[in-house]
Design a protein around this ligand. Structure first.
Ligand SMILES: *[C@@H]1O[C@H](CO)[C@@H](O)[C@H](O)[C@H]1NC(C)=O
Ligand SMILES: *[C@@H]1O[C@H](CO)[C@@H](O)[C@H](O)[C@H]1NC(C)=O
Ligand SMILES: *[C@@H]1O[C@H](CO)[C@@H](O)[C@H](O)[C@H]1NC(C)=O
Length: 466
């Protein structure tokens, strides 16, 4: 008895497993194109056959097939059975509409097995047309749209995002089109400043898991931003080859550069202008004035001024830090070599004439020891000036060890803050003042280089003091 029951159960299971109605869980078709919904009966039984098949959409009967009675379809222009047979009754829908989206159930009667059904989700999608453009604006204090991104006639609705370093607000509107598609229009809005001009911005449209990125560059028109370059605070009588350059950024590009003196008097006869450059032909007291450069583009004009001081005599030639360090190192090495040589000679001579001895050499040794020789190395650059300038040079401009010390002062202070807890409070009070000090113009009319320098120094200070 037990054996027989077991065999019966196994046999039953095999029959059940071998029989199934095969449909797709999900089918996606494109709008106005077609979709195929498979439905087939699989069985080990060679004699099994469909006696009737009915397709329902969201519960409503839309198509029926019977080998004996024929085919009946509700919307036969767009809906057909595809080669219906004893085991397969697939449905095809053409010229897909958004309203075709839904649950399709294939229900079949199989002789002699009975009734089976399977359901397919049909989604209708449409690939959107994406586009983006910048809106050219003029710098101002009103928030306005500077870029627009459109994703038209997509289904399901696309998503639009923006990527840029320029802070702003996004507004996105969606229109439900009558054909079941969606059109999105997204605006990127900022309060346009000249620094936003030329900045990169990307619109990314996401649809059906795919991303489309459209890169753009903002265009903000603005009155020229003007800086004057070329004055080094060391213009002196009879200096040759001096000039001032009027640098200007603008959108649209500046067209007119106009040099004047700030007090309205005509330019001195000892200078001449060529475009954006003012050349000093003869450095005399007439040049001892404030020059003004006014730059104009289609948006407007803006001026910058440079106060010029013509000195009686040159100051010590200024060297930059890298040069100063290099000079200091080379100078130091030379001094050491010289010192070694002197000592060597002294020792040798002392050996020979011990009576005269050290006295005559010690003054020199003292001079080298103070670090002053480094100044002398600098003077060699301009030997004419060597004598008159000696002694009048402020130590800070020597360009060598004194200026290095100045930098060291700040660093040393930083270390102090970190190391000396007692004094920490004192330095914290000083901290904010230092942060405000270096560049009062921060933000508004700096060129890019200055801006990054400013950022750099502020950040490093903050990092130490906060
Ligand atoms: C974004 O909108 C808010 C509220 O309207 C506004 O306060 C803010 O300034 C805007 N941001 C920018 C960058 O325009
Ligand atoms: C537009 O379609 C969306 C998504 O299908 C829906 O949430 C929204 O209510 C529709 N809006 C209108 C005005 O029909
Ligand atoms: C330039 O003007 C300053 C005062 O503004 C004066 O001290 C200096 O001597 C003048 N230079 C010449 C060369 O006249």
């Amino acid at each position: 008895m037990q054996w027989q029951l077991t065999f019966l159960l196994i046999g039953l299971c095999e029959v059940l497993q071998a029989q199934e109605l095969r449909v797709n869980d999900k089918v996606t078709g494109n709008l106005l194109q077609e979709a195929l919904l498979p439905c087939s009966f699989v069985s080990a039984d060679q004699n099994a056959r469909v006696s009737q098949a009915i397709w329902f959409k969201d519960g409503a009967n839309i198509a029926a097939y019977s080998p004996a009675l024929g085919i009946k379809v509700k919307d036969s222009d767009r809906i057909q059975f595809v080669n219906p047979s004893d085991t397969s009754t697939p449905l095809r829908i053409t010229k897909l509409l958004a309203s075709d989206e839904g649950k399709y159930t294939c229900e079949v009667s199989i002789f002699p097995e009975g009734n089976f059904k399977g359901t397919t989700q049909l989604n209708v999608q449409a690939v959107p047309q994406n586009s983006a453009n910048v809106v050219q604006v003029v710098a101002g204090d009103q928030e306005m749209t500077v870029a627009t991104c459109t994703s038209a006639n997509g289904r399901p609705p696309a998503q639009i995002t923006w990527q840029t370093s320029v802070p702003g607000n996004v507004t996105t509107d969606m229109t439900n089109n009558t054909d079941g598609t969606y059109t999105l229009i997204s605006n990127y809005r900022i309060t346009p400043t000249w620094t936003a001009d030329g900045e990169k911005i990307t619109c990314t449209v996401t649809h059906d898991g795919k991303e489309t990125a459209i890169p753009l560059k903002l265009s903000v028109q603005y009155t020229p931003v003007v800086t004057i370059e070329g004055y080094d605070d060391n213009w002196h009588l009879n200096r040759k080859g001096a000039s001032l350059t009027c640098n200007a950024q603008g959108n649209p590009p500046p067209t007119i550069f106009k040099w004047t003196t700030a007090n309205g008097s005509p330019l001195p006869p000892s200078v001449h202008v060529n475009g954006k450059i003012l050349y000093v032909d003869q450095m005399d007291e007439n040049v001892n004035t404030t020059f003004k450069c006014e730059v104009t583009n289609a948006i407007g004009s803006r001026a910058s001024q440079q106060e010029v001081l013509v000195r009686e005599h040159a100051m010590l030639t200024q060297t930059n830090n890298a040069g100063a360090i290099a000079g200091g190192v080379i100078g130091g090495v030379l001094v050491l070599l010289l010192l070694a040589a002197v000592i060597f000679i002294v020792i040798k001579r002392n050996g020979l004439h011990s009576a005269k001895g050290r006295g005559s050499y010690s003054p020199k040794t003292r001079v080298f020891g103070t670090g002053k020789p480094s100044q002398e190395f600098n003077y060699q650059e301009d030997s004419e000036l060597d004598r008159p300038l000696k002694g009048t040079i402020p130590p800070r401009d020597s360009g060598l060890s004194p200026s290095l010390c100045e930098e060291d002062d700040e660093e040393r202070m930083d270390y102090k803050v970190l190391e000396d807890e007692e004094e920490e409070e004192k330095f914290n009070e000083v901290g904010p003042m230092l942060q405000l000090r270096p560049h009062p113009q921060v933000g508004s009319y700096l060129d890019d280089d200055m801006e990054s320098q400013t950022d750099g120094s502020i950040i490093s200070r903050t990092a130490v003091y906060v």
